[in-house]
Design a protein around this ligand. Structure first.
Ligand SMILES: C=C(O[C@@H]1C=C(C(=O)O)C=C[C@H]1O)C(=O)O
Length: 291
């Protein structure tokens, strides 16, 4: 059974998802699939409100609504240590930031809650938080430190070096790893249950397109590196390292790190309930196996 309207697929508007999406769009026929590119917070909201059907999204926002969603298996944006694009920029020494005020980007859900977990449980600190649009200068005019994610964080980290702004930078993926010994999963791909039940073939098509894109991208990163230099600036060596330090699978290691994050988020009352991760079962794959 297929629905009559096209299936809307959400793509995070940052380089971190390029390996998963770069080759996928050309495999999803335009008469059946529509791609929406937005920042994570907008995709999180659109999925919750039923405006889109399948999306790459903040792992935290998946957890907030896990009963209504299924995860597309083995797809994520994760880091085993340094993530390079989830960064706390501090204009004051850390001791003052811990007692001060932190501006957080309005585009994120996972990272802002990761920062709260690290502040409370790692540093035993309770700074105050303000949510703002992602502009480093404006954020730092109002706060002692600023949390940015995605391409905005990358550009701000370059400007900090090139313009000698003298800000101290903490990479949240690296801090999480040093503290817990685990990697961290920032983004997942989820489908609304209603769509998975009503149009499983379409969901399966999206799963295959994203999985094939991931595999093809990782076999040869050169096209993505060239595109990143052309569209976002920077050097090939930077992007080579960036795409290599991110991980795009969601196996038992990634699940263990994310489970710990969900537990801490629940413990601090950031998530109102415990989270049971549930996955879309690809019937198309089962059918092929049984034939
Ligand atoms: C690696 C990243 O992962 C992401 C962080 C997200 C969040 O904080 O909610 C959501 C999706 C990803 O964009 C990044 O933004 O740089």
């Amino acid at each position: 059974m297929g629905t009559n309207r096209p299936i809307t697929v959400g793509r995070i508007d940052y380089a971190n998802v390029w390996p998963i999406f770069h080759y996928a769009e050309q495999q999803l026929p335009e008469d059946r699939f529509r791609i929406e590119k937005r920042v994570p917070a907008a995709l999180n909201r659109a999925l919750r409100q039923g405006e889109i059907d399948i999306t790459s999204m903040s792992s935290f926002a998946y957890a907030e609504n896990a009963d209504n969603y299924l995860l597309l298996p083995d797809l994520s944006v994760s880091a085993k240590g340094r993530v390079n694009s989830i960064l706390l920029f501090m204009k004051k020494p850390l001791e003052q930031v811990l007692k001060g005020r932190i501006a957080m980007t309005a585009t994120s859900a996972t990272s802002v809650n990761l920062l709260k977990i690290l502040m409370k449980l790692y540093y035993q600190a309770e700074p105050s938080y303000v949510t703002m649009e992602p502009s480093l200068d404006e954020m730092l005019a109002q706060a002692d430190a600023a949390l940015l994610i995605g391409d905005t964080a990358i550009h701000a980290s370059w400007a900090n070096k090139e313009k000698d702004k003298g800000l101290t930078v903490i990479d949240l993926g690296e801090l999480w790893r040093n503290w817990t010994g685990y990697g961290m999963t920032f983004a997942l791909v989820a489908v609304r249950k209603e769509i998975a039940e009503g149009d499983p073939e379409a969901v399966s098509d999206v799963l295959h397109a994203l999985t094939e894109s991931k595999e093809r991208s990782l076999r040869n990163l050169t096209p993505l590196i060239e595109k990143a230099c052309a569209q976002l600036g920077g050097e090939p060596a930077y992007w080579n390292r960036y795409f290599n330090e991110l991980h795009y699978n969601f196996g038992s290691d990634e699940q263990a790190g994310l489970t710990l994050y969900f537990e801490y988020a629940h413990q601090l009352g950031l998530l109102p309930h415990e989270v049971q991760m549930r996955f879309f079962q690809d019937q198309a794959a089962l059918k092929v196996k049984n034939e």
